[in-house]
Ligand binder design. Structure first.
Ligand code: PMP
Length: 301
């Protein structure tokens, strides 16, 4: 089949893993193969934990203070003590990035409520949390998908009511990604009562035909995206018209432009939604402008 006319096949993201790969677990930097978590870890048994992801660009962490603040807030919301100060986290992340020689990619951090016998008792408050981090080398800037735009599908949002918490309980998002993969596309936008909540791993934006940038306002219905906040700041500096309001799937399909944001995709143009072209079916000018501006600040510009 001619790839230009056929469905967009998901580009398999190449994840660069050094050998040896060094990860962080509970105070130690270890080869990946030696990092072991007991089967009674509450993250494994109950998804009782929080995670965070910061991008790495030119070997430096992007907007990391904001990611660490969200990690701190998520942990507080579920009553897990943050095992590190923000400065300690940053030092650990920086060391892990250096040890793995990551110049572009991401740092993943996870804290679970720790290891406790699986019964119906809540674990004692002094149970040490399990702290884990790894890195992945990945091409973010020169991602070919950003040049042609990502095709996406829409799925019903079947998640719980506290989506503002960055919980490791991601089954609904996994199912959304499964639908996306079956359709041969990179992302799925979730909707509730006909209104888009967010992407399965990203924040959803549209640009209306009147050139208004629209994204859903923050609430417990979605994750407060760190990239979202940065893009909104940039758009305000550019004097763009911004509306933080819910929008429907139908409005998104009829929009002039659409894109999604995340730490690992930055600003990703959307070409089609459920096979329906958005605008011209290729990255729109405003989207590309915001992507370029975001890249600039991510690089420390
Ligand atoms: N929403 C969801 C559900 C996500 O998983 C992510 C990715 N962490 C985002 C939004 C985007 O957030 P951020 O820009 O902080 O990566």
């Amino acid at each position: 089949m001619n790839p230009a006319s056929g469905p967009q096949t998901v580009l398999i993201e190449v994840i660069d893993v050094p050998s040896p790969r060094i990860v962080y677990l509970n105070g130690a930097f270890l080869p990946f193969e030696e990092a072991r978590v007991p089967i009674m870890d509450r993250g494994f048994l109950f998804a009782d934990g929080i995670y965070e992801v910061s991008a790495v660009l030119d070997g430096k962490l992007v907007d990391n203070a904001a990611h660490l603040a969200r990690l701190d807030r998520s942990l507080a919301e579920i009553g897990i003590r943050n095992p590190h100060t923000l400065a300690e986290w940053e030092k650990l992340e920086t060391e892990l990035v250096a040890r793995n020689g990551v110049s572009e990619g991401l740092v993943y951090m996870q804290v679970t409520r720790g290891v406790a016998e699986r019964d119906f008792a809540f674990p004692p408050a002094d149970t040490p949390p399990t702290v884990m981090m790894f890195t992945q080398g990945k091409t973010i800037v020169a991602n070919p998908l950003a040049e042609r735009g990502a095709a996406i599908v829409t799925v019903e949002d079947i998640r719980w009511k506290r989506r503002d918490i960055k919980s490791v309980a991601l089954l609904a998002q996994v199912l959304a990604k499964q639908v996306a993969a079956a359709a041969g596309v990179a992302e799925a936008w979730m909707h509730e009562d006909g209104l888009v909540t967010e992407g399965s791993s990203s924040t959803a934006f549209i640009v209306t035909k009147e050139r208004v940038l629209v994204t859903r306002p923050l609430s417990t219905a979605l994750l407060p995206g760190i990239t979202r906040a940065a893009v909104l700041r940039l758009a305000a500096e550019e004097d763009l018209r911004i509306e933080e309001r819910p929008f429907s799937v139908a409005e998104a399909k009829d929009a002039a432009e659409a894109f999604y944001t995340s730490a690992s995709a930055f600003v990703m143009p959307v070409s089609t939604i459920d096979g329906h072209k958005v605008g011209e079916g290729r990255p729109g000018p405003l989207t590309l402008r915001l992507r370029a501006l975001y890249l600039d600040i991510a690089r420390g510009g």
